[in-house]
Design a protein around this ligand. Structure first.
Ligand code: F6R
Length: 242
């Protein structure tokens, strides 16, 4: 596990974007895994800059996102697909048909949807670099604290703490969907390289548990201690309890 500490969230974004750019240079048709939320935004801004300056070419890249709310289609402004289009995909040359966000259409056979998503990742050779954020309770994607580590992409029900954290994007807490599709812990652990970004002292406890605590599904991110190529990119606040 590599730990890198930066002065600011923007510095994390610059360094994380360089990791993606160098992956794309080495393997133009690579698979990249992306996350939503606030923390990846500086990374996405820098990825756009690297594209505009001609350094990174995403034309052969395939992308997979970690998760999606159930109940919104991809045109809904609160959907994660929409978030990715607005904050990254509309500004770089990734092909529409190479963008994958697991579908959250209500009343689907979620088991089948999850299986098909994992199979598509596998059939294309697996994710080369996966970007992650972390929740205050140690969640990654929508894998909440639990008594077991989840397996493949599956339906999840949001905990109160996640609804609380995510309500900032909605008018009312009641508007936050109660369920989502999420890559499982096993799917995430299959990525060849993982980059976890975290900024702010409010994440310090989660980071400490993930990095120094026991490996337990009560802190889903703690499983990353077992990953052969994971880098935590933190600001001083997020690293303050290490
Ligand atoms: C989003 C996701 C979530 C976030 C986490 C942190 O795709 O997977 O696990 O990474 O909730 O969110 P922020 O970055 O907004 O603090």
């Amino acid at each position: 596990m590599n730990i890198r500490i930066f002065k600011s969230a923007d510095d994390i974004g610059k360094a994380a974007a360089m990791i993606f750019a160098s992956q794309v240079l080495q393997k133009p048709n690579c698979l990249l895994g992306f996350a939503t939320g606030s923390t990846p935004l500086p990374t996405y801004r820098q990825m756009i800059e690297l594209y505009k300056s001609g350094i990174a070419d995403y034309s052969s890249v395939t992308t997979f996102n970690l998760d999606e709310y159930i109940g919104f289609d991809g045109n809904h402004p609160q959907s994660y697909r929409y978030f990715m289009m607005q904050n990254l995909f509309n500004h770089i040359n990734v092909k529409q048909e190479n963008i994958n966000v697991v579908s959250g259409i209500p009343n689907s056979n979620f088991e089948e949807v999850g299986k098909a998503y994992d199979q598509k990742i596998e059939s294309l050779g697996g994710i080369d670099v996966q970007l992650l954020g972390i929740g205050h309770n140690g969640h990654v994607a929508f894998n909440e604290p639990s008594d077991h580590f989840s397996n493949g992409t599956h339906q999840v029900f949001l905990t109160n703490s996640t609804i609380e954290a995510n309500k900032r994007f909605f008018e009312h807490a009641d508007d936050v969907p109660r369920s989502a599709m999420s890559m499982g812990i096993a799917s995430i652990m299959k990525a060849r390289n993982i980059v976890l970004v975290s900024a702010g002292s409010d994440k310090a406890t989660a980071i400490q548990a993930a990095v120094e605590g026991p490996i337990t599904p009560e802190c889903p991110a703690s499983i990353l201690q077992l990953h052969p190529s994971v880098t935590f990119m933190l600001d001083e606040g997020a690293a303050s309890k290490l």
